[in-house]
Design a binder for this molecule. Structure first.
Ligand SMILES: [Mg+2]
Length: 248
């Protein structure tokens, strides 16, 4: 673990963990961002799609069709286009992430109302865990008025193990995040719209909440709850009302 600590960049810590201070392990809520805390499919995913294609086209000096093929290949293989671009083309990760997410999220963010109030009702600490870049995640949380609800932010930039990017659904990443947050897996819950990430979380021993969003790939037609999902909800409000199976 000591070696991993040296190789992984620390997440952005917004507040000191109370469990570190008291020695008592609180419930830890790990929240995904896109299509979990806000409706990204509504207007933001098309912007990211366009920005990502243009970032690939410019970095490789190829046309849009070729850039789209490359994007699709790396996204499927590595879970994030940026990882393939760094590994195979030596692009700078920070530059690429800024170019691909270079737009004002303000007018595009759509989410359920009173999110800050709802998150405060959930007992325990909250941490953001997103495969998106940090500057984008911060901007969305600020726009939603919920940045202060999170103790720390884990974005794609922080997900490096042994020099390699390991985003969700890597169980090794999840175990590392829990070690850094000082919480045992059985006290942690991943709240997330992507089923593959929930499967990875279960492999690491976490409890899991599937936030159903019709715009998330592979979520359509999934009426049954997979065995690795403890609870299936439609929103944070729904989670507040139905979290009883997660108690204990
Ligand atoms: Mg998501």
């Amino acid at each position: 673990m000591q070696v991993r600590r040296q190789l992984l960049r620390p997440a952005v810590r917004l507040r000191r963990s109370r469990s570190v201070a008291t020695g008592v392990s609180e419930r830890l809520w790990l929240f995904d961002l896109d299509n979990t805390l806000h409706d990204t499919s509504h207007a933001i995913f098309p912007k990211i799609d366009h920005g990502m294609t243009m970032a690939v086209a410019e970095a490789l000096n190829v046309d849009v069709d070729t850039a789209n093929r490359v994007r699709s290949l790396y996204w499927k293989r590595y879970g994030a286009t940026m990882i393939g671009m760094v590994r195979h083309h030596g692009v700078d990760a920070h530059e690429f992430l800024h170019r691909s997410h270079d737009f004002d999220v303000g007018p595009l963010v759509r989410a359920e109302k009173a999110l800050a109030h709802k998150l405060r009702q959930l007992p325990g600490r909250k941490v953001l865990l997103t495969n998106a870049p940090l500057h984008y995640a911060r901007a969305v949380l600020a726009r939603l008025g919920i940045l202060r609800q999170f103790d720390s932010l884990w974005a794609i930039e922080h997900m490096r193990l042994h020099g390699e990017f390991r985003p969700k659904p890597s169980p090794a990443l999840l175990r590392y995040v829990l070690a850094r947050e000082g919480v045992p897996a059985h006290r942690a819950v991943l709240v997330e719209d992507t089923l593959a990430n929930l499967r990875g979380a279960r492999q690491a021993g976490l409890r899991t909440v599937h936030v159903y969003h019709p715009g998330t790939p592979f979520s359509r037609g999934r009426t049954q709850r997979p065995s690795y999902v403890d609870l299936r909800v439609n929103s944070v409000s729904d989670l507040l009302l139905r979290r009883r199976p997660l108690r204990g």
